[in-house]
Design a protein around this ligand. Structure first.
Ligand code: ATP
Ligand code: MG
Length: 549
């Protein structure tokens, strides 16, 4: 593992720190489903632990009772396991530590490093100062330790209403770092918590709970995203003030968050998409959530490879979503069986065929296995593969022209049947009977090869074609109001696609390459009557083009 976080770990080990081993954690707040950005953090944290023969904890950062829910707790665990990582018996909750955290706050008060403030949230904001100007000390800042202990106990006992009082760290109102200007560390919230119920009516702030949770669990490297860089001085101040030993206490290291084009990676925005009904749910295949990507048919291997390839940097950047799709294609090209499906069928009668037969088709070009595909007098081809007034370079089927049916015969188009409006509704063709594999004319040179399905045996299916949920400008940026960038054509449903019968009993999540069309996965909506496929990605790899340009 070659990145600056690993270098920092190497340096620490060289300097005799953390002699009992490396310990990381992944600390989601259970207020939404995990997204592709979280996958980067998961791969990094679990990856660092693995690389250093250490451990990685899962910790739910559940200090914000009104936004959190067990539905999210469950989905987060499912997603991490799906990616292939395991926290073993180390699943923790910040709420496990509420009692300990309270005691640490009391200790700070006793050291005269925290005080109860009666200012309102608004007044605190107003007296905080600006980037260029220091803040103003609260008139309550110099309460006695005795009085602070007393008031904090009353806060805990529920004697005040929400917002009436807060506990603040006593640091420096003139610090150039705003996070050091007496940050709030406890607030009153008479809210039911999904784990602790009504036991608490005061809750620790993230900046207070996080470093201490790390320290309690023996975390050595607390890896987080760049926006916390300015919070690091407080992280260190807190642990220092509470006498955690510098040789063993955790250190925070920041890395650049992952941003992807054509999508959003913010739980708040993803929640908005769900709540306002722009998508079908958190696992809509157009979402950047891990549950959405899973339903879409993306594989854990592809997501991990992607996270590996984008690397870990110190500067934020926007990654082209086609790079993720490239990783998906690379994986599926190796792993997905090939089948034939026709999305927009055009009937073809093979006038010199009288008997049905089975033909042999290979499941994958590199690794073994064949299957039978039925062949008979009536077949369907893709409407696009026929053109009546075809240009010279059109090598598929045209009147009087020939084309090869994959795994089958060369056919010739003799007659075009139209309806009253002049639409082509059927082709009459003949096969060259000796042109199938092993036959006399099997190697006859024909420029085009097309896919097809046999009519009687083909299975009808619903196929859902996805495009990006959001349209970005040429630099990949979204407008301020991202809802206005929603692509109205991000889902196209094809009701009457036809697929060869070999897919008949495929369970949800089975992935295939439909020859010439792309990669597809059986959707969870599949029922006895209705087989549903999602298109995972098309075959055209726009990322390779970018890469090789
Ligand atoms: P969001 O902005 O979507 O609400 P968050 O940071 O609030 O995300 P958390 O549940 O707190 O979500 O995140 C858990 C961990 O995942 C944190 O360590 C966070 O830094 C990391 N993380 C979140 N978003 C990304 C991202 N886009 N890229 C990399 N890491 C991320
Ligand atoms: Mg967060």
């Amino acid at each position: 593992m070659e990145n600056f976080v690993q270098q920092a770990i190497d340096d620490d080990l060289k300097n005799g720190k953390y002699t009992t081993g490396i310990h990381t954690r992944f600390p989601p707040e259970p207020n939404g489903y995990l997204h592709i950005g979280h996958a980067k953090s998961i791969c990094l944290n679990f990856g660092l632990a693995e690389f250093n023969n250490g451990l990685c904890n899962l910790r739910f950062d559940d200090t914000n009772p009104t936004k959190e829910d067990v539905e999210y707790v469950d989905s987060i665990q499912e997603d991490i396991h799906w990616l292939g990582f395991d926290w073993e018996d180390r699943k923790f909750y910040a709420s496990d530590y509420f009692e300990k955290l309270y005691n640490y706050a009391v200790e700070l008060i006793k050291k005269n490093l925290a005080y109860v403030d009666d200012l309102s949230a608004e007044e605190i904001r107003r007296t905080r100062g600006t980037l260029t100007e220091g803040g103003k000390e609260s008139p309550f800042r110099n309460r006695s330790i005795e009085e602070n202990l007393n008031l904090f106990a009353k806060m805990k006992a529920g004697e005040f209403s929400d917002g009436e009082k807060v506990l603040r760290a006593k640091i420096d109102m003139s610090s150039p770092n705003m996070n050091m200007r007496d940050p709030v560390i406890y607030r009153i919230a008479h809210a039911n918590h999904h784990r602790t119920g009504d036991q608490w009516c005061i809750y620790p702030m993230y900046d207070f709970a996080h470093p201490l949770s790390d320290a309690i669990e023996g975390i050595t490297h607390s890896v987080c995203t760049l926006e916390f860089e300015d919070h690091r001085p407080f992280y260190d101040w807190l642990l220092e003030s509470l006498d955690f030993d510098e040789k063993t206490r955790p250190r925070q290291i920041e890395f650049a968050r992952l941003d992807l084009t054509n999508t959003v990676t913010s739980k708040r925005k993803l929640l908005q998409l769900v709540k306002e009904g722009h998508v079908r749910g958190w696992d809509d295949p157009r979402m950047s959530t891990l549950s959405g990507l899973r339903r879409r048919g993306f594989t854990p291997a592809a997501i991990k490879k992607f996270c590996n390839e984008i690397g870990v940097a110190k500067a934020n950047s926007l990654v082209d979503i086609s790079m993720l799709e490239h990783c998906v294609r690379e994986d599926l090209n190796e792993t997905a069986d090939r089948v034939m499906a026709v999305l927009n069928p055009l009937k073809v009668i093979l006038t010199n065929v009288d008997e049905d037969e089975y033909l042999i088709a290979e499941n994958h070009p590199h690794h073994g296995g064949n299957r039978y595909i039925p062949f008979g007098r009536e077949i369907f081809i893709e409407r696009d593969d026929f053109m009546e007034d075809a240009p010279k370079k059109f090598f598929r089927l045209k009147p009087g022209g020939e084309v090869r049916l994959k795994y089958a015969y060369i056919i010739k188009c003799n007659e075009v049947i139209k309806d009253a409006e002049g639409n082509v509704i059927e082709l009459r063709c003949t096969i060259d009977p000796t042109s199938k594999s092993g036959g006399e004319t099997a190697n006859r040179k024909i420029k085009g090869t097309i896919h097809w399905v046999e009519a009687k045996s083909a299975i009808k299916a619903e196929v859902r074609l996805y495009d990006y949920l959001l349209k970005t400008d040429e630099n990949g940026n979204l407008p301020e109001d991202f809802i206005s960038a929603i692509n109205p054509n991000s889902l196209i449903v094809i009701k009457n696609a036809l697929i060869e019968p070999s897919v008949k009993f495929a369970a949800p999540s089975t992935r295939y390459q439909f020859l010439r069309l792309g990669y597809f996965v059986v959707d969870y909506d599949t029922t006895f009557e209705n087989l549903v496929f999602n298109r995972i990605v098309g075959l055209k790899d726009t990322w390779s083009k970018v890469k090789n340009a």
